[in-house]
Design a protein around this ligand. Structure first.
Ligand SMILES: [Zn+2]
Ligand SMILES: [Zn+2]
Length: 414
């Protein structure tokens, strides 16, 4: 391994210069693969032991993207390989030794069947990322069991920290649903394109998902419903707040904990009905309502969720740094924009936001301050000592003769 960069003399032929450059490229790529292999092992350790839980990040993927300064897609690849590291020991070893690239192992870890490690470790020696993708598509997939037809239904299962909804529709209703969802998705994509085409790729927020489209569908119809009502106010959640005891319960719903009550009543998206001794005495919004001008000023100052590493730009809540229950004013200094995930994380104590807004401090659950920016710094150790990466041979693949990986049937019961 040479530590000095070789260059061909300036009068060398293009072919000779290219050969020198390719040699260096092979060496650097081998080292980069080995470094990616080590990063995968670090991610696997963080993920396996649940160490990211108290960093305030919303997922292991978000944590990696934040700390290593890569795109969510690249972070996803690292997390996927880390997650299936034990299913693909040979492939991940190839990465550690610099023989395979992150993207090669990434497509294998993303979709290849269990038990196929040796098959793909061999194939990846010569196959490009695209060829590996094709090979994995050729794996026989088990037919989904149609099962007995069941009637359309919408069911809701409370799982504690989240709620699962299951929607079963007739083909006709499903077509209506799909068309509505598609039109909302298209509208979101159009918005996204007109707002973010000038920004550099790494600063763009993620593309709107189908789930974003679904929430837009819900919110729009709710707005339409709200304008039909006498008070004409946009409502997301109705909270009854008992002034004497500060006990809140959701409209026709369960009693809320202190943390949930503060979360719901923090932003102006909740409509609060004050009550005393169980009787409504008014719907107070005047002190907490964030007017359009204040919201504009907030959006100008906080262009995304203020929690380091987050970058979410959609559906942001205006969080009162000192809760209005405790006399915190609805003013620029006392407000920051946060995404719903981090807003909830603050009110449940996973992270802490401390004002004033222009000297905001965000800490994790152990009180350590969170900083934006990556962990990258100039290297202090020599690069990994691995052989140069030869790269896939790039030969035309002859799929006629290719034998796809065949999953072994489970052993027959005796
Ligand atoms: Zn809040
Ligand atoms: Zn956030």
């Amino acid at each position: 391994m040479s530590s000095v960069t070789a260059t061909a003399p300036a009068d060398a032929s293009p072919a000779d210069r290219l050969e020198v450059l390719f040699e260096e490229l092979a060496e650097l790529t081998g080292q980069r693969n080995a470094i990616d292999g080590r990063i995968v092992d670090i991610v696997a350790e963080i993920d396996h032991d649940g160490l990211w839980g108290n960093t305030g990040a919303r997922s292991i993927r978000a944590l990696i993207a934040w700390k290593t300064g890569v795109t969510p897609n690249n972070a996803e690849t690292l997390a996927t390989i880390a997650h299936r590291r034990d299913d693909f020991p040979e492939c991940t070893q190839g990465l550690r030794e610099g023989r395979l690239s992150l993207d090669q192992v990434g497509v294998i870890a993303a979709r290849a069947a269990e038990g196929s490690d040796a098959h793909y470790a061999e194939l990846a020696r010569s196959a490009t990322v695209t060829q590996l993708r094709t090979a994995i598509k050729l794996e026989p997939r088990p037919d989904p069991d149609p099962g007995p037809a069941s009637p359309p239904a919408l069911t809701r299962t409370d799982r504690g920290d989240h709620v699962d909804y299951r929607l079963r529709l007739s083909p006709l209703a499903a077509a209506t649903f799909d068309a509505a969802l598609q039109s909302h998705h298209d509208a979101l994509i159009t918005d996204w394109k007109s707002n973010h085409t000038t920004a550099p790729a790494e600063q763009r927020p993620p593309m709107p998902t189908t789930l974003d489209a679904f929430m837009r569908l819900i919110e729009d119809s709710w707005d339409a419903e709200a304008t039909r009502r006498p008070h004409g106010q946009r409502t997301t959640i109705v909270v009854h707040l008992d002034i004497a005891d500060r006990i809140a319960d959701l409209h026709l719903g369960p009693l809320l904990t202190d943390a949930e009550r503060r979360y719901l009543t923090c932003d102006a998206t909740a409509e609060i009905w004050f009550q005393r001794d169980g009787r409504p005495i008014g719907a107070g919004r005047s002190t907490r309502t964030i007017g359009r001008r204040l919201r504009r000023a907030l959006e100008h100052r906080d262009d995304c969720c203020v929690v380091p590493g987050c970058g979410a730009t959609r559906g942001l809540h205006a969080h009162h740094l000192i809760h209005w229950e405790h006399g915190g004013p609805t003013e620029l200094d006392n407000l920051v924009l946060v995404c719903p995930y981090h807003h909830r994380a603050h009110h449940t104590g996973l992270i802490t936001l401390t004002g004033p807004a222009d000297h905001l401090v965000v800490t994790d659950s152990d009180g350590r301050p969170l900083h934006s920016g990556t962990l990258a710094r100039p290297p202090q150790n020599p690069p990994p000592d691995v052989p140069p990466y030869p790269g896939p041979t790039g030969e035309r693949a002859d799929w006629w003769w290719y034998q796809p990986f065949q999953p072994q049937p489970p052993p027959a019961p005796n």
